[in-house]
Write a protein that binds this ligand. Structure first.
Ligand SMILES: [Zn+2]
Ligand SMILES: [Zn+2]
Length: 388
């Protein structure tokens, strides 16, 4: 055993990613992926537990020196999306209607390559790798935490990455503080009284109430939020009625609230409730509101972000490290970072020349050089944290 990491095995890294890309599995159905990960990790000498958070896998390697106090957790999410792949590539998805359209195939491949490299190095403390299910549906991280992934040994710091098509390959986005948003979902049912379109005075029109509610919800961001706090309210689904000459009895709305935490996040459920109820009652209708918190904001620890930025500069050069990369998208790595300090970085995966397709689109693909950069970044972050 040495203290220097073996070189990244580029060919195997790409082969693993392409194999996973051909076999996408949706949240909590990642049985092939987790079996593949568990077998590889076992053969590398890790102590492997399957079924952590339903389909999750945890691999542990105790330190090889006397320092057993530090434990670093590296997290990779495994799930795909219900998207039909439109790419014409040899490693195209073999499962109709399912696709790795967010890059999680790359995250698993990177996690396994990091595991291989770290298994060959002597260091203090312990390494824990968490292969997490169901990121896209926001319940996988919580399921793994409930099953004890952060205990035995207790995790001191957690790190993760997302391959990121908004950044060109060769760049890494990393900064302290909140970088991904909280995700809340609301569903509103407005109950009126249906009737003839030509006699609206005999009805309570839920379509008109819904229109006012959609407009009023926009005032939450413009008039109820401190302008110095980030926030988005989007109504994304509206449904009511079935005929041009009938006023329906009910209208349904759905949407999302995004924040980086703070007072607006605290207040949002009550603001949505009060605004909707107030408008409905002004029109003589009633409303039912169901409000769900799906994901907490993802907040990077200052010290851990500084550590990761330093390592990133070694990997891609100072000019390649980008501060200020943030998104109102959600990411359930936030639940790990609520419990332990850590950092989540964006690894550029768009081709240097030309445009990349956005995440979750049927033509999503990555520049595979980003896999090498991601593997280098996470391996070296672990080594640096553990003080090897
Ligand atoms: Zn995604
Ligand atoms: Zn993702």
């Amino acid at each position: 055993m040495t203290t220097t990491l073996p070189a990244v095995d580029r060919a195997q890294l790409i082969a693993t990613r392409r194999d996973l890309h051909q076999h996408p599995e949706l949240g909590f159905e990642e049985t092939r992926t987790s079996t593949l990960a568990a077998e590889r990790l076992r053969s590398l000498g890790y102590d492997v537990k399957s079924g952590v958070g339903k389909t999750g896998v945890v691999a542990l390697r105790a330190g090889t020196t006397s320092d057993q106090t530090r434990c670093v957790l590296l997290r990779a999410d495994m799930d795909a999306l219900p998207v039909e792949e439109a790419n014409d590539v040899p490693y195209r998805s073999r499962h109709p209607g399912k696709m790795h359209a967010c890059g999680h195939d790359g995250h698993v491949a990177i996690g396994l390559e990091v595991a291989r490299r770290l298994a060959a190095v002597r260091f203090g403390g312990a390494v824990k790798l968490a292969f997490q299910p169901a990121e896209e549906v926001s319940h996988g991280a919580q399921a793994m935490i409930a099953d004890g992934v952060l205990d035995g040994p207790k995790v001191g710091a957690a790190f993760g990455i997302h391959l990121w098509n908004d950044l060109p390959v060769g760049t890494i986005g990393v900064m302290p503080g909140p970088v991904m948003a909280s995700v809340d979902e609301f569903e509103i049912t407005i109950l009126g009284r249906g009737g003839h379109a030509a006699a609206p005075h005999q009805t309570v029109d839920p379509v008109l109430v819904a229109a006012h509610v959609v407009t009023a919800l926009q005032s939450l961001v413009s008039r109820r939020r401190d302008p110095l706090e980030e926030g988005v309210v989007s109504v994304t689904q509206v449904s009511a009625g079935h005929a041009f000459n009938v006023i329906p009895g009910r209208a349904d709305l759905r949407g999302t609230v995004r924040t980086f935490g703070g007072k607006f996040w605290d207040d949002a459920p009550q603001l949505v409730e009060n605004t909707t109820q107030g408008i409905a009652s002004a029109f003589g209708a009633t409303a039912e509101i169901r409000y769900h918190r799906l994901c907490a904001p993802l907040v990077n620890d200052e010290g851990m972000a500084a550590l990761m930025a330093e390592v990133a500069a070694q990997v891609v050069g100072k000019g390649g490290v980008k501060a200020g990369v943030r998104t109102m998208g959600g990411e359930d790595m936030s639940y790990f970072l609520q419990k332990v300090p850590g950092c989540f970085a964006f690894v550029g995966s768009a081709p240097k020349k030309g445009k990349a397709s956005p995440h979750h689109s049927p033509t999503f693909d990555i520049d595979e050089e980003s896999l090498v950069i991601g593997a280098e970044l996470l391996s070296q972050v672990a080594v640096r944290y553990l003080g090897a």
